[in-house]
Design a protein around this ligand. Sequence first.
Ligand code: RTP
Ligand code: MG
Length: 136
Amino acid sequence: MTERTLVLVKPDGVSRKLIGEVLARIERKGLDIVALELRTVDRETAAQHYAEHDGKPFFESLLEFITSGPVLSAVVEGPRAIAAWRQLAGGTDPVEKATPGTIRGDFGLETQFNLVHGSDSAESSAREIKLWFPNL
Ligand code: RTP
Ligand code: MG
């Protein structure tokens, strides 16, 4: 079934010049990029995006991190796009969970600075795409 997912290259991925690497992997997998934007988001947008983590110990530093520089946001489409993109990204902890061959496994060292984001369900995807691309 064709799905859409929200992809972010977080500020660490942008500053490490990994945008091309990430987009190349999405394209090689066979997924379609249907929207793309580079911008620095405000605290309110970041808090809405990560609302599920409000109150957790890492929430404040996560918001500070996500608003610290430009983020690449993309809507990516294809069969099982949500799971397919999370497979490419790898597990949340780039060392303990992500395996080599994934973006986090190949390029990440710390859980917070794990380079990319992907929607975790159809509900999250619909909510996040509305937040990042209200005109889509
Ligand atoms: P994301 O939402 O960014 O795609 O990451 P995820 O689903 O793999 O992980 P999630 O549990 O949703 O966590 C969101 C982001 O918060 C940061 N984090 N830091 N210091 C910590 O223990 C911790 N835990 C999570 C990471 O940037 C993670 O991707
Ligand atoms: Mg998540």
